[in-house]
Design a protein around this ligand. Structure first.
Ligand code: ACO
Length: 325
């Protein structure tokens, strides 16, 4: 029995923050951001909106597209590093907002690969019959956790949510292979230092902006290219496929130059690569489902296509999945 993506949905806040807007906030330029990252603009959530709200908006679109009602779902997984609260899980708030209950709802918090970690977990739940139809989301409200005075990080991120609905299928659609992993020895290179039990919130942690993203950009860049390429290669090997068999490549959208360097290593042409970083920036756990929904809308993914999804992020961690759409 295979696993099928029945439908997808995305939500992007209306507010657009351009590179030119950022020029007025920190010492940066449109030219620097565009050439170093490929980002032109990003979306910023309204103050009253939290991560679960964006997931719910995207979920309603995905349900509608799939001709489903909330009662047809019996599992919710939300991948996020910007949850509404430490607990309850953001997935539980989504369950409440959709007006459904009495089935598993939980978050995955690892970093940018959370959505693909969630896909691998969802696959197990569906194949064993634990769940029949899972709503899997990747969503972030990064604007609440970036230091808007730090030009090294604030220009990179955006807000948004993407949702996919998965179920067992009897046709050719399936998850063909995956690869995932982590190297915790490098966790300090990309971290939100304060707010947890290691460094609980104090006036000092707030004054020192330790509740914001802290990152050694060049190290992240270097490891991202290395591990995205290695993980994609391993997933291809597991699926007994080559790069030439891939119809559509959906990479994590952290930096255009990371994507360019990775496709060169993996052997995938730019024409097959989905790019959304220009308009949405890096929306960590959401970049893959946002890109999937956008690519489907543009007719760039069709039933039967072999799609490679590939990501890297905090932990450090990485994941790749190859699906027959
Ligand atoms: N505007 C202008 N100058 C800036 C800005 C900015 N927004 N940000 C940094 N700089 C400066 C730095 O202060 C530094 O100045 P200095 O040399 O005087 O100290 C200089 O630019 C660094 O320039 P480069 O070395 O050319 O920068 P680089 O090519 O490494 O690009 C970047 C930096 C964009 C952060 C890159 O390293 C990167 O994208 N890394 C990956 C980070 C990432 O994607 N993180 C997201 C989370 S993890 C993930 O999703 C995979």
């Amino acid at each position: 029995m295979g696993i099928k993506f029945i439908s997808t949905g995305r939500y992007l806040p209306d507010k657009i923050l351009t590179n030119f807007d950022l020029e007025k906030m920190v010492d940066t330029s449109d030219e620097w951001i565009r050439t170093r990252t490929g980002i032109i603009e990003r979306r910023i959530a309204e103050e009253s909106i939290a991560t679960s709200d964006m997931v719910t908006f995207a979920a309603k679109k995905a349900l509608k597209k799939g001709g489903l009602s909330p009662e047809d779902i019996d599992g919710i997984i939300v991948a996020t590093v910007t949850p509404d609260n430490f607990y309850p899980a953001t997935a539980c708030w989504v369950q409440k907002q959709l007006g459904i209950k009495e089935f598993p709802a939980f978050d995955i918090s690892i970093g940018c690969p959370g959505f693909l970690y969630g896909l691998i977990v969802a696959q197990g739940l569906l194949r064993t019959g634990e769940c029949k139809r899972i709503l899997l989301a990747g969503a972030e409200t990064m604007s609440r956790v970036v230091n808007w005075d730090d030009r090294n990080t604030c220009v990179l991120f955006g807000d948004g949510a993407g949702v996919v609905i998965l179920e067992n299928s009897n046709d050719d659609s399936d998850i063909l292979a995956s690869n995932w992993g982590a190297d915790g020895s490098l966790g300090h290179l990309l971290i939100q230092p304060a707010g947890g039990t290691r460094m609980p919130p104090t006036h000092e942690t707030i004054d020192k902006k330790l509740h914001s993203v802290s990152m050694q950009g060049f190290e992240v860049f270097k490891h991202a290219v290395r591990w995205m390429a290695k993980s994609a290669g391993q997933a291809l090997k597991n699926a007994k496929l080559t790069a030439q068999d891939i119809d559509v490549y959906v990479p994590h959208q952290a930096n255009m130059r990371i994507i360019e360097a990775t496709i060169e290593r993996v052997g995938i042409p730019m024409e097959k690569t989905i790019i959304t970083i220009d308009k949405y920036a890096n929306v960590p756990d959401a970049t893959i489902p946002l890109s999937l929904d956008w690519a489907l809308e543009q007719g760039k993914i069709k039933r039967g296509d072999i799609v490679l999804m590939n990501t890297f992020g905090g932990g450090f961690s990485w994941a790749s999945c190859i699906v027959r759409w």
